[in-house]
Design a protein around this ligand. Structure first.
Ligand SMILES: CC/C=C\C=C\CC(=O)SCCNC(=O)CCNC(=O)[C@H](O)C(C)(C)COP(=O)(O)OP(=O)(O)OC[C@H]1O[C@@H](n2cnc3c(N)ncnc32)[C@H](O)[C@@H]1OP(=O)(O)O
Length: 284
């Protein structure tokens, strides 16, 4: 049976909250403020389910992600981390099989955060307060990042004797450059909002959370006025091109557009220009 594209409207979540009141922008909140939005195993599953459902929702064209409470995200829930690691260390089973289970568990956590990248619609992270460990994995998988003056970013894993494994080491160097990413990951030092802006980790720093909420929503709404086909294509081609040679990226862009340029949106954009009016596009 085909999945209901509006299923997200009735989905119940324990660790995230979705605000669909002002389409076409949806707002996904990390919503465990008492634990500073630490990511439990439930959080990973719910983030993945929420983003896939928002991807399918016909009225949603962009998603903003932020945190409820004082901090954006305090990283992986440390008790969940302990559970994951201790169950893998269990001697009750074949060590080979328990390591294989651990590998699959890590892959599944990776997939949950990669859902932001896999979403056809742009995802904008809006960070206030601390963004730590898995929080940095999360924002690195978003398309655009913004923060308040009170925000800070820490690639904390090395302090917990872990090599970060949920995307930071792969995506952050492509956002801030190898040197900046390596320094953040090897020292686990806290990077201020101003520094995050300077190294390109965020596109803009807002004075307050209220200003950020309004400002990031306005940016998302601007993007939503554009052809959804073109926005989706731009995200897909940018991401593909990030990971392959220029030649392969160009080839991908040609193939993509040979499939997509026949959409009504191009005709509408040209007509609107000639008729000196704003274009109107169908949803995705
Ligand atoms: C397979 C491996 C996959 C992924 C690995 C990911 C690695 C990481 O994510 S590394 C990063 C781990 N996180 C941390 O080290 C941060 C820990 N937290 C803090 O440093 C602070 O809580 C803070 C975020 C700076 C916020 O400070 P503050 O506002 O003063 O709040 P607290 O009083 O410290 O915390 C309130 C409450 O929340 C609990 N809590 C905070 N963070 C976590 C967490 N990551 N996991 C579980 N619980 C957390 C904290 O214990 C407090 O609980 P109480 O019961 O109220 O005492």
């Amino acid at each position: 049976m085909a999945e209901d594209p509006r299923a997200v409207e009735t989905m119940k979540f324990k660790t995230v909250e979705i605000d669909l009141n002002r389409p076409p922008v949806a707002h996904l909140y990390l919503n465990l403020p008492s634990r500073r939005n630490a990511l439990s195993l439930d959080s990973f599953a719910e983030i993945s389910a929420a983003i896939s459902a928002l991807d399918r929702h016909p009225d949603v064209l962009a998603v903003v992600v932020s945190g409820r409470g004082t901090q954006f995200c305090s990283g992986i829930d440390l008790s969940a981390l302990e559970t994951i690691v201790s169950s893998a260390g269990s001697t009750a089973t074949d060590p080979g099989r328990s390591r294989e289970r651990l590998r699959r568990q890590i892959l599944s956590l990776q997939a949950a955060l990669s859902a932001f990248e896999g979403c056809r619609k742009p995802v904008l992270a809006a960070v206030d307060g601390s963004c730590i460990g898995a929080g940095v994995d999360l924002v690195s998988a978003c398309d655009l990042r913004y923060c308040t003056r009170a925000a800070s970013f820490v690639v904390k894993e090395v302090d917990l004797a872990i090599a970060a494994d949920l995307g930071t080491l792969q995506r952050l160097p492509r956002i801030v450059g190898y040197g900046n990413a390596a320094e953040m990951a090897l020292t686990a030092r806290s990077v201020s909002a101003a520094e995050a802006k300077e190294m390109g980790l965020v596109s803009r720093v807002f004075d307050s959370r209220e200003e950020m909420e309004v400002g990031v929503r306005a940016i998302a709404e601007e993007i939503c006025k554009k052809s959804p086909m073109a926005v989706m294509g731009t995200k897909a081609v940018l991401l593909k091109s990030r990971d392959v040679s220029v030649e392969q990226g160009l080839d991908y862009a040609a193939t993509w557009n040979s499939g997509m340029l026949i959409s009504d949106d191009l005709q509408e954009a040209i007509k609107a220009f000639i008729q000196k009016r704003k274009p109107t596009f169908a949803k995705l």
